[in-house]
Design a protein around this ligand. Structure first.
Ligand code: ADP
Length: 498
């Protein structure tokens, strides 16, 4: 046997151990690498799983999105169609026409094939107001079923919109019955409410569940029901306003006819009166002229001297004849102006001059009363477009009356001003005045206020009627403002000469 020296043996053992250690650490390194690789593989697998999950999520989200998109499209189309229907039904103010406008085409546009509307008829129970999409026979059956009131009342009591997809137990039961009666698989029922309460309900539906109902459909039908309610209210309001208007128009026509008949009668009566007054006045004028003529001749004593007593009586005859002639002339003038036979000759007239000459003319009466007259006419006052023979009569009557009704040393003021088209003259006095009732009547023929002055001074009560007629024949206006014991102001307006 070959024996190695001990050092050599030791050396070999040491080498062997080193080799073993090296091998062992190599294995350990490899094992470590394998473990790391395994971890990477498992990480990779996990990432793959996560990616798979995300991919699934994306697909799911995409599906949901396209569904939502579809629903949104349906909703927009439905709303658009609803807006069209609403516009259509709100354009009519006729009750029946509102329902006629809920056509099959309109109903389809909001996603339904059939529609039925029931109204609560207080006396005869539920009444089928309108239907579209149902056969006559089917509609008849439905009406009979609803006439039983049970379903109708159940709908009425629910007060809110519900559909075949409503899950609550009460609606579930009603829905079941309605589905069976109408042979519809999906439907929405909404009450139609008006200002004065429940009117009826609308039901929109489809025979199959091909396009499932959504909450959006319920909202759509609820809006439509509200619109119908409002359109019905508007129609009723219009109908009542229209019938009231018709009624009023009838009344106005009847009254207008009555008035125009009365006016025609009045015109006839007034014409007869004018003709009569005119004829009588004419008849009176001739003998009056003779009486006055004879009295004047006798008074002149050309036929011989007269005793004082007879002279005095003849004087009275003369005076009364003058008064009567004056009255007859006034009556004739009034009649002529009223009948339109008197034509005004219109020309520029200076009112300041006219007023001045009338004040001159009445000088004696003014002096007798120690009256003062204050005239206030603007220097540049335009001329009036008037008949220069008639306007002095207006001033004579108005200033003459003022003198008559003022106290001794009373005051009269005459003023004028102009506007764009007319001239206004005011004649004021601080005389006896009058009550508002009398002021409203003094332009009537023969009207005289019952006062102390009128009891003493004679008058005809025709002066102001004549004045009013003259002013009106000029397209002017006359009025009085007066208070008892505080005086009066007579004002008139005449057109301005251009
Ligand atoms: P007459 O003067 O002849 O009575 P008028 O027609 O001129 O008739 O007047 C009618 C009535 O109006 C007068 O009787 C008088 O009562 C009232 N009246 C007219 N002018 C005045 C006045 N300036 N002040 C008070 N009363 C007046």
């Amino acid at each position: 046997m070959f024996i190695l020296p001990i050092e050599y043996e030791f050396f070999l053992t040491a080498c062997l151990m080193i080799v073993v250690i090296l091998l062992a650490s190599g294995w350990i390194l490899k094992l470590e690498q394998i473990r790391k690789l395994n971890k990477t593989v498992s990480d990779f697998r996990k990432s793959l799983d996560e990616m798979d999950e995300q991919a699934k999520l994306i697909v799911r989200t995409d599906l949901e999105l396209s569904k939502t998109h579809e629903e949104l499209d349906k909703r927009i189309n439905g709303l658009y169609a609803l807006q069209k229907i609403s516009q259509d039904i709100s354009k009519t103010l006729n009750h029946n026409e509102i329902f006629r406008r809920l056509s099959q085409e309109h109903i389809q546009e909001i996603g339904f094939q059939k529609a039925i509307i029931f109204a609560a008829d207080a006396s005869a129970g539920p009444r089928l107001e309108h239907q579209t999409g149902f056969s006559e026979e089917n509609a008849g059956e439905i009406e009979t079923e609803f006439a039983g009131k049970r379903i109708f009342n159940a709908v009425k009591e629910r007060k809110t919109t519900f559909s075949s997809i409503s899950k609550t137990p009460e609606t579930g039961q009603i829905s079941g019955i309605i589905g069976a009666i109408t042979r519809l698989e999906s439907f929405v029922v909404s009450p139609i409410v008006r200002k004065n309460g429940f009117y009826g309900f609308i039901l929109l539906g489809n025979p199959s569940n091909e396009t499932p109902l959504t909450e959006g459909d319920e909202e759509l039908v609820a809006i439509l029901a509200t619109q119908i309610g409002q359109a019905l209210d508007n129609a009723e309001l219009f109908e009542s306003a229209y019938s009231q208007h018709q009624e009023l128009e009838k009344k106005v026509t009847a009254r207008t006819k009555e008035l125009s008949d009365t006016l025609s009668e009045l015109k006839i009566v007034s014409k007869r009166k004018t003709d009569f007054v005119s004829a009588v006045s004419h008849e009176l004028r001739t003998p009056l002229t003779s009486i006055k003529g004879y009295a004047s001749i006798l008074l002149s004593e050309k036929l011989g001297e007269l005793p004082a007593q007879i002279k005095e009586r003849l004087g009275k005859i003369n005076k009364h004849s003058d008064e009567l002639t004056h009255l007859v002339n006034d009556l004739l003038d009034i009649a002529r102006i009223e009948s339109g036979r008197f034509e005004m000759k219109l020309e520029p007239v200076c009112l300041a001059h006219t007023a001045e000459s009338v004040v001159d003319l009445l000088g004696v009466q003014l002096k007798e009363k120690s009256a003062t007259v204050e005239m206030n006419f603007p220097k540049e006052l335009s001329s009036a477009l008037a008949d220069k023979t008639q306007i002095p009569r207006v001033f004579i009557n108005l200033i003459g009356n003022a003198v008559k009704f003022i106290p001794p040393a009373g005051a009269i003021k005459i003023s004028a001003f102009e506007s764009a088209e007319a001239i206004q003259v005011n004649i004021s006095d601080n005389g006896i005045g009058m009550s508002p009732e009398d002021a409203g009547r003094i332009f009537e023929e023969f009207y005289r206020v019952d006062n102390t002055i009128n009891q003493k001074v004679k008058g005809t009560g025709l002066g102001l009627t004549l004045v009013k007629n003259i002013i009106q024949a000029h397209q002017g206006k006359i009025w009085v403002e007066s208070r008892p014991n505080q005086g009066s102001t007579f004002s008139f307006i005449l057109p301005k000469a251009k």
